[in-house]
Design a protein around this ligand. Structure first.
Ligand code: 5GP
Ligand code: ZN
Length: 150
C-alpha cells in the first residue's frame, strides 16, 4: 500500500525523481541523495512499512534477498575497501524517513572520515549469567510476536 505523504513511496511512484539503481516487483534501490560515500545506495520494499518493527517476514525476505547482489554490484563498480549495511529504526536510532530502508554504504580507506560511529565495548559489565538472563527475556517475547506468522 502506498502512503501519499511518504517521500519514498513518491520516489517508487516516480512522483519524486531519483537515481535508480535497480527495480523489480518487490524492491526499489536508488542513490541516497546525501552520498555519505560514493555509491551510497538505499534499498526499500515497494510495500510501505514504517520500519523493521511493522515489517512482515515475506516483505523482509524479498528485500534481504536482493541486498547481497546489490552490494556486490557496488563492490564491482567502485572497489571499496569495505561496506556498512545500516538500518535505522525510530528517531532515537536516527531514522528520518519512515519507510523501511537499508543503507548500503561503501567504505573507502582514503576518505574514512566521511562516516563515523562509536561502538562501546561493555564486555566487563556483564557476566555470562547476565547475558543468558537477557537472552532468555528476549526469547520469551519471540512467541508474543504478532507479525511472526505473516
Ligand atoms: P534515515 O536517517 O531515515 O536512515 O535515512 C534517510 C535517508 O534518506 C537519508 O540518508 C537521506 O539523505 C535520504 N533521503 C531523504 N530524502 C531523500 C530524497 O528525496 N531522495 C533521496 N535519493 N534520498 C533522500
Ligand atoms: Zn512509503
Amino acid at each position: 500500500m502506498d502512503h501519499k505523504d511518504c517521500i519514498f513511496c513518491q520516489i517508487i511512484n516516480g512522483d519524486i525523481p531519483s537515481a535508480k539503481v535497480y527495480e523489480d516487483e518487490h524492491v526499489y534501490a536508488f542513490l541516497d541523495i546525501s552520498q555519505v560515500t560514493k555509491g551510497h545506495t538505499l534499498v526499500i520494499p515497494k510495500t510501505h512499512t514504517r520500519n523493521i518493527y511493522d515489517t512482515p517476514g515475506d516483505v523482509a525476505k524479498e528485500l534481504f534477498e536482493r541486498i547481497p547482489q546489490l552490494a556486490r554490484a557496488i563492490k564491482m563498480t567502485y572497489q571499496p575497501d569495505g561496506m556498512n549495511i545500516l538500518n535505522n529504526n525510530e528517531k532515537a536510532a536516527s531514522q528520518t524517513v519512515f519507510h523501511l530502508h537499508f543503507h548500503l554504504i561503501p567504505r573507502y580507506l582514503e576518505s574514512d572520515n566521511s562516516f563515523n560511529f562509536t561502538w562501546e565495548n561493555n564486555t566487563d559489565h556483564y557476566t555470562l549469567e547476565d547475558l543468558q538472563n537477557i537472552a532468555n527475556d528476549i526469547h520469551l517475547n519471540i512467541d508474543n510476536d504478532n507479525l511472526h506468522s505473516s
